[in-house]
Ligand binder design. Structure first.
Ligand SMILES: CC(=O)N[C@H](C=O)[C@@H](O)[C@H](O)[C@H](O)COP(=O)(O)O
Length: 221
């Protein structure tokens, strides 16, 4: 099944976040669904299983942080298998060619298709990485890592709309805008740039960051 066009809501909360845990992420997914989201992005088997209750397509990731390698979004085949076991039909993974303690992303894409029967959502940071991921057979290419890799640091405040436009002009597979789409207007601009879908995380599902953004506007303290 093809990911529908529309808004994807990323429901993630790290361990230091008061909303960490499948109960909260499951509720976030239900709220996102009721608000009109077409799919949910979630991290780790427990949260992936919980967001499944919303009945929407799930883009699953498994973040594993290592001191030796920069790649942490679904870095190897075992992580991808855990994502699919938990119920995700689409596996998102880091498709940059940065060092990792696992197989090359081109091999992972093939194995996820053949051995897990799942679709692959390629998280990339540059135009070249996106074109390569598509050539390796990814089903979707997403700008998730723009601003987070050595090649794209320092992270700008704005999302990388030009990257969406450049990829959409060259690829036939769907291009997904993800990363710092912090307002409805930016989401609209992403669709105008050729995005098939837009993933929004922080500004919908992270009340701590949303509160900080309001406080940072200069409210009296
Ligand atoms: C770089 C990285 O690890 N991004 C992660 C990927 O799953 C998430 O932490 C982001 O929240 C997600 O991409 C959505 O972006 P934003 O929260 O900016 O709307």
């Amino acid at each position: 099944m093809m990911l529908p066009r529309g808004l994807v809501v990323s429901c993630q909360a790290r361990a230091d976040n008061p909303l960490h845990g499948p109960q909260f992420m499951g509720a976030m997914a239900l709220a996102a669904r009721d608000g009109g989201a077409v799919a949910i992005r979630a991290n780790g088997p427990a949260d992936i299983a919980a967001v499944g209750a919303a009945g929407l397509p799930v883009i699953g990731i498994h973040k594993i942080f290592s001191e030796r390698y920069p790649v942490y979004i679904t870095p190897d085949f075992a992580a991808a298998a855990a994502v699919v076991d938990a119920g995700a039909g689409i596996v998102a993974l880091d498709c940059t060619e940065r060092p990792r303690d696992g197989e090359h992303p081109g091999v992972l894409i093939r194995r996820i298709h053949e051995e897990l029967g799942a679709q692959v959502f390629a998280d990339i940071s540059t135009r070249e990485e996106g074109l390569k991921a598509a050539a390796w057979g990814a089903d979707y290419v997403a700008t998730t890592l723009s601003g987070y890799t050595e090649a794209t640091l320092p992270k700008p405040d704005a999302p990388h709309l030009e990257l969406v436009e450049a990829l959409a002009a060259r690829l036939t597979i769907p291009v997904i805008a993800e990363g710092r789409y912090n307002s409805p207007d930016l989401v609209r601009q992403a669709f105008s740039a050729g995005a098939h879908a837009v993933v929004v995380g922080t500004m919908i599902t992270n009340p701590r960051e949303i509160t900080r953004a309001f406080v940072a506007t200069g409210v009296p303290q």
